[in-house]
Design a protein around this ligand. Sequence first.
Ligand SMILES: [Zn+2]
Length: 246
Amino acid sequence: MVSIRQKLVSVTQATKVTNGKNNARKYIVVHETDNTNTGADADAHARLQINGNSRDASWHWQVDENEAVQSFEHFWACWAAGTFTGNNQGIHVEICVNRDGDFNKALQNTASLVAKIMKEENIPISKVVQHNYFSGKNCPRNIRAGKVSWATFLQMVSNANSVQPEKPIPDSKKYRIQTGTYNDRKVAESVVEVLKTRFGWIAYVEQNGNNFRVKTGTFVGITAAQNAENKIKTARLAQVTYILEA
Ligand SMILES: [Zn+2]
């Protein structure tokens, strides 16, 4: 995962260099800064935006080999695409290309960030595009030159997505509860009656030689089964109980 930090531009400044707060957030747009100067990393570009960019330009994120820095909340319609649609529908991410940086690591961090934004904003991979998609500009330059291909970058995004922690798989095994034996069928039947009417379960009597025991219908997951077993014990319906895999 890429480390993330906010260094937000003030609302006063944001109002001057954006189309306002109605960004439709349909695309994630990938750029490169084209600034190869030593020290032109993510923090430097974030400072540039905070201090009032000399150009009429703005973008949401800048990423280098160490971190991703956010300058604008996604609802701001930043001026980065060169077209009305791109500016009003895009979340813009700039990859730093400073010569003292590690471009491949910056690319990997950008892929992680893009994957994160896709999830948060519900944007599909088909809407992750290059700046070039909107205005025809040669941006992101190194990717377009094939230093790392666009297809490879999109694969990195997909991989970054798939390594997110997954939800635990629910226990779908089925279990039933069986009681110890009763020597009177009527006692067993009265227990079944309680399980059916009070607990709303399925239950039946099973004969075992001259004795009788009660079995329940199935419960999904060991936790549900243990809860059911506890209910039987708490109600003092059986002295002994077992959990069986169904
Ligand atoms: Zn660009």
